[in-house]
Design a protein around this ligand. Structure first.
Ligand SMILES: N[C@H](CCC[C@H](N)C(=O)O)C(=O)O
Length: 277
């Protein structure tokens, strides 16, 4: 099985072009195997680029633990790059089918290859039961969450996949590796949750680290950055356009007055290979 290794702001996945490649039956097992950074290819998960009746391609995304997610922001930028660069659909505006609906993307190319992508991520989902979470509110804003002997004040948002955002003075390992894994599996989140930790720098800038559902700490999380920008606006902490600094790079988020969230960021192809087993 041929694969391509790509990353968006350091959030790296193994990509398979399912217009051409056959997949084994057990895709979650394949995701776990290829993601292993010692015995596999290494990555935060597996992303399939598939034919679509509704768009130029369909994205299916699997975390490193094999769980499938509805949406992946860094992943969809790389899917757009792959579709553009490999002539599946060489258009500057692409439509990609995802678990969160058909999204529209704008591709920016240098020397004929896409290197930055602007995604209309759609409107955030704010109704608690649809996130889903048992916490009160639409959305839960500064909702109390008992974790690790602390009572956190969290904001919960979905971008098609669930996010629990905590604003902190400094994003330390204690938060990300100590509290993050406990939030991921907290009973308030029936489908588990991605846990973002945000340090506000100014009304137009924030620092983010994330403990991702199914993958642990990643270098960046596109849907998490979008959800965090919405949470920052709803909590009165930033304006509607925010520069988000992540360990793997920067993303620009805009929660437009129309309600849609726009995310702009890089997409990088690193290498191709053949998966032996
Ligand atoms: N771990 C996430 C999926 C990947 C999201 C992230 N890598 C992004 O760029 O949006 C989840 O289970 O919802």
């Amino acid at each position: 099985m041929k694969f391509t290794k790509m990353h968006g702001a350091g959030n790296d996945y193994v990509y398979v072009n399912c217009f051409e490649e056959q997949l084994p039956q057990d895709i979650p097992a394949l995701a776990r195997e290829v993601s292993d950074r010692h015995t596999g290819i290494g990555g935060d998960g597996l992303i399939l680029i598939c034919p679509s009746e509704q768009g130029d391609a369909r994205m299916r995304m699997f975390n490193a633990d094999g769980s499938e997610s509805e949406m992946c922001g860094n992943g969809i930028r790389c899917v757009a790059k792959y579709v553009f660069d490999h002539d599946i659909a060489r258009k500057e505006e692409l439509k990609i089918e995802t678990g969160a609906g058909v999204l529209t993307l704008q591709v920016f190319a240098e020397d004929g290859l896409a290197d930055r992508v602007r995604v209309n991520m759609g409107k955030p989902i704010l109704n608690g039961p649809d996130i889903p979470t048992t916490l009160e509110g639409a959305p839960p804003l500064k909702a109390p969450l008992e974790v690790g002997g602390k009572t956190l004040e969290v904001t919960c948002i979905s971008m098609g996949n669930p996010h629990c955002i905590t604003f902190v003075d400094e994003v330390t390992d204690e938060w990300v590796h100590g509290i993050g894994p406990q939030i991921e599996v907290h009973p308030a989140f029936p489908n588990r949750v991605n846990a973002e930790f945000i340090q506000i720098v100014s009304r137009s800038e924030m620092i983010m680290r994330v403990w991702e559902r199914g993958s642990g700490e990643t270098q960046a999380c596109g849907t998490g950055a979008c959800a965090s920008a919405v949470a920052a606006v709803l909590n009165g902490l930033t304006d509607r356009t925010v520069l988000c600094h992540l360990p793997g790079g920067d993303l620009t988020l805009e929660w437009a007055e129309s309600g849609e969230v726009y995310m702009t960021g890089p997409a990088t192809e690193v290498f191709h290979g053949e998966w032996a087993s």
